[in-house]
Ligand binder design. Structure first.
Ligand SMILES: Nc1ncnc2c1ncn2[C@@H]1O[C@H](COP(=O)(O)OP(=O)(O)OP(=O)(O)O)[C@@H](O)[C@H]1O
Length: 605
C-alpha cells in the first residue's frame, strides 16, 4: 500500500519537473492572456511612477536649487511643473498599485480554479491500480499544495519578481548614459549575484521537493490512521500509530531543516550584494563629483535608485524561498499529472450498445500491476454467459471472484485475451458507457458523506421521489430509513459510518435497483444481512435479475442456490460449472461446501 507515495520524492525530480510545473501554470495563465498583460503593465507602471519618476524629478529639483538664482516670484513657475510631475506620478503609481491588487487576485482565482479542476479530472480518471498504490490523504495534500503553489507564484511574480526586474532595467537604463562607470560596476555585481544565487537555487530545489513529499506522506499517514481509527482503538495500537506518525513527522523536520540551511546561505549572498551595492554608491557619492564631474542631482538619483534596488533585494531571500517552496509543493502533483493514464479510452471510442447482455470472458490473462507474471490471478480463463443468465460465482477467498467482476467493469486492463459484451470488446468502448450498463454492488458498500437520498439516487440523479422511495422499499431499506429523524435526508457520515453494515448494504442495493441497468453484478451484496433480511431482499433481487444478465458473488451458498448456473473458481480457474442440483449431485467441492453450510443453517434456524 502507498508504494507510489513512498517512492514519490525519489521519483522524477529536478529542473524537468520544475519546467513541467511552470508549463502547467503558464497554460492556465495564458487562458487569461489579457488579464496577465494588464497585470504586467500595471506592475511595470507602478515601478515606473513610484520608483523611477520620483527620484528623477527630485534629482532635477536638486540641480535647479544647486544652480541658485531663482527669485521668489519665479519659484512657482520654475518648480511648479516638478511639483505637478511629483503629484501626478504618485497618483498614477497608486492607481497602478490598486489595479495590480485587482489583476493579480483575478489571475489567482481563475488559475486556482482551473488547476483544481485539472487535478480533480486527472485523479478521478486514473485507474484503480493508481489509487490502490496511494494514500488518499497524500493525494488531497498534493492537490491543495499544487493549487496553493500557483497562488504563491503568481503573487510573487507580481509583487516581487517583476518589480525587481523592472527596477533593475529602469535603474540601468536611466543611469547608464549619465554615469556609465557606475552602471558597469553595478552590472558586474548583479551578474555575479545572479550566478551564485542560481547555483544555490538549483541545490535547494530538490530539497524543497523532498520536504514537500515528506509533508504529503505525513498527511497520508495521518489520514490512514484517522480513517481507520476504529481499528486503531479496538486493537489498542494508539502508541504504534503515534510512532509511525512521529517517524513521518521526523522526515518533515529533517527535510525542512536541510532546506532552511540552504535558504540561509542564499540570504547571506543577498546581504553581501546589498552591502556591495551600497558601498559602491557611497564611493561614488563621495568621489563622483571630483573624479567624474557628476552633478549633485545625479548623485541624489544614484543614491535613490540604488537604495530602492537594495530595498527590493531585501525581499529577494523570502522571494526565493517562496518560489522554491511553491515549486517543491507542486512537484508531486506535477509528476502525477504527467503520468500516463493506465486504463485509457481509445481515441473516439464508441459507446457500448447492450442489445441482449451476453458476456464472454475469452482466454483472459491478468495479474495486478505490482504482482509478477507468475502470480497471475487468471491465466487463460474462458467463461461464456448467455444473455439474461443468472450466474453464481463461488470459491475460496482469494480465488479471483471480485477480480473477475472488476475486470468486467474494466477497472483494470487485461494482459491477454478479451472480455466482450454482446460481441463488443470492452477494452475498445467508452469506459463510462460500459459502467453505465452495469449495476454493481461491491463487497464494501461505497457510501458518500451525503444524505441517504443522494446515496440512493447516485446511480440516477434524475430519479423522481417515487422512484427513490420504491427502490428503497424494494431493497428493504425504507423500514429503517423511515425510523430515522430526517428520513431520506439523513446524513450517513463518512463512508456511511452512521449506518449499520446491513443498512449500508441495503442503501447500496437500492442504488443498484434504481440504476435499472441491463447487467447486474452483486459482490457479496447481502453478506452483512441477517438471514431474514436477506430473504426479504432476495425477492427484490430476484425481480431485479429477471431478464438481466447477472453475476452474483457469494460465500453464503443459499444466496446463489436458486440461480440458473453456478461457477466454482479455484486459484483463478473454473473447477466446476453447472446448476445447483447438478453440482450437489456431482459431489465435488461445491457439494462439500453446500453440505457444510446447509447443515449449519439447519442447526441455527
Ligand atoms: N488491488 C490489488 N492489488 C494486488 N493484488 C490484489 C488486489 N486485489 C486483489 N488482489 C489479489 O488477487 C487475488 C484474488 O483476489 P480477489 O479479491 O479477486 O479474491 P476473491 O475470490 O474475491 O476473495 P474474497 O472471497 O475473499 O473476496 C488475491 O490473491 C488478492 O490478494
Amino acid at each position: 500500500m502507498a508504494q507510489a507515495d513512498k517512492r514519490g520524492a525519489r521519483g522524477t525530480r529536478g529542473p524537468s519537473v520544475t519546467r513541467r510545473t511552470l508549463a502547467h501554470f503558464w497554460r492556465v495563465t495564458a487562458t487569461q492572456g489579457l488579464l496577465f498583460a494588464a497585470d504586467v503593465l500595471v506592475t511595470v507602471g507602478y515601478v515606473f511612477f513610484l520608483t523611477f519618476v520620483n527620484p528623477l524629478v527630485v534629482g532635477q529639483i536638486v540641480d535647479a536649487v544647486g544652480a541658485g538664482g531663482v527669485a521668489p516670484d519665479e519659484v512657482l513657475s520654475t518648480f511648479g511643473p516638478y511639483v505637478l510631475a511629483l503629484v501626478g506620478a504618485n497618483v498614477a503609481g497608486q492607481a497602478c498599485s490598486k489595479l495590480q491588487d485587482y489583476t493579480v487576485s483575478k489571475l489567482d482565482i481563475a488559475g486556482s480554479y482551473e488547476l483544481g479542476a485539472l487535478a480533480f479530472d486527472t485523479l478521478a480518471n486514473q485507474s484503480m491500480t493508481f489509487h490502490a498504490n496511494r494514500y488518499g490523504g497524500t493525494l488531497v495534500s498534493s492537490t491543495s499544495k499544487f493549487v496553493a503553489a500557483y497562488s504563491s507564484l503568481i503573487r510573487t511574480l507580481t509583487y516581487t519578481l517583476l518589480p525587481s526586474a523592472a527596477s533593475i532595467v529602469f535603474t540601468i537604463g536611466m543611469l547608464a548614459p549619465l554615469v556609465p562607470v557606475y552602471v558597469a560596476l553595478l552590472s558586474v555585481i548583479l551578474v555575479v549575484y545572479v550566478v551564485v544565487v542560481f547555483k544555490l537555487y538549483r541545490k535547494i530545489l530538490p530539497l524543497n521537493a523532498e520536504a514537500s513529499a515528506a509533508q504529503n506522506r505525513l498527511s497520508g499517514e495521518l489520514s490512514d490512521s484517522i480513517t481507520n481509527i476504529m481499528a486503531v482503538k479496538t486493537s489498542g495500537r494508539e502508541s504504534y500509530e503515534r510512532a509511525l506518525f512521529r517517524r513521518a513527522n521526523e522526515d518533515v523536520r529533517t527535510t525542512s531543516a536541510a532546506r532552511m540551511s540552504h535558504t540561509i546561505r542564499t540570504g547571506a549572498t543577498t546581504s553581501t550584494l546589498i552591502v556591495l551595492m551600497m558601498a559602491l554608491t557611497a564611493v561614488f557619492i563621495v568621489g563622483g563629483h571630483a573624479w567624474f564631474g557628476i552633478s549633485a542631482g545625479t548623485l541624489v538619483m544614484i543614491f535613490t535608485y540604488t537604495n530602492n534596488l537594495a530595498n527590493r533585494f531585501n525581499y529577494f531571500n523570502s522571494m526565493f524561498q517562496q518560489i522554491n517552496q511553491a515549486l517543491g509543493d507542486a512537484h508531486d502533483l506535477t509528476v502525477i499529472l504527467d503520468e500516463p493514464r493506465l486504463v485509457a479510452d481509445d481515441e473516439g471510442a464508441p459507446d457500448l450498445a447492450v442489445t441482449s447482455g451476453a458476456i464472454d470472458f475469452d482466454d483472459v490473462r491478468f495479474h495486478y500491476a505490482d504482482a509478477s507474471e507468475r502470480d497471475c490471478v487468471f491465466d487463460g480463463l474462458t467463461l461464456r454467459i448467455p444473455a439474461g443468465q443468472r450466474v453464481g460465482l463461488v470459491g475460496r477467498s482469494g480465488s479471483g471472484k471480485t477480480t473477475l467482476t472488476t475486470l468486467l467493469l474494466r477497472l483494470q486492463d487485461l494482459q491477454g485475451g478479451c472480455i466482450c459484451i454482446d460481441g463488443q470488446d470492452i477494452a475498445h468502448v467508452h469506459q463510462v458507457s460500459l459502467r453505465r450498463q452495469i449495476a454493481y454492488v461491491p463487497q464494501e458498500p461505497l457510501l458518500f458523506h451525503r444524505s441517504i437520498r443522494e446515496n440512493i439516487s447516485y446511480s440516477r440523479p434524475e430519479a423522481t421521489e417515487d422512484e427513490v422511495v420504491r427502490a428503497a422499499r424494494e431493497a428493504n431499506a425504507l423500514e429503517f430509513v423511515e425510523r430515522l429523524p430526517d428520513g431520506l435526508e439523513t446524513q450517513v457520515g463518512e463512508r456511511g459510518v452512521k449506518l449499520s453494515g446491513g443498512q449500508r448494504q441495503r442503501v447500496a442495493i437500492a442504488r443498484a435497483i434504481l440504476m435499472d441497468a441491463p447487467i447486474l453484478v452483486l459482490d457479496e451484496a447481502t453478506s452483512a444481512l441477517d438471514s431474514e433480511s436477506e430473504k426479504l431482499i432476495q425477492d427484490a433481487l430476484e425481480n431485479l435479475m429477471r431478464g438481466r444478465t447477472s453475476i452474483v458473488v457469494a460465500h453464503r451458498l443459499s444466496t446463489v442456490a436458486s440461480l440458473d448456473r453456478i461457477v466454482v473458481l479455484s486459484e483463478g480457474r473454473i473447477v466446476e460449472d453447472g446448476t445447483h442440483a447438478a453440482l450437489v449431485a456431482a459431489g465435488g467441492e461445491y457439494a462439500r461446501l453446500w453440505g457444510r453450510q446447509s447443515g449449519s443453517f439447519l442447526g441455527s434456524e
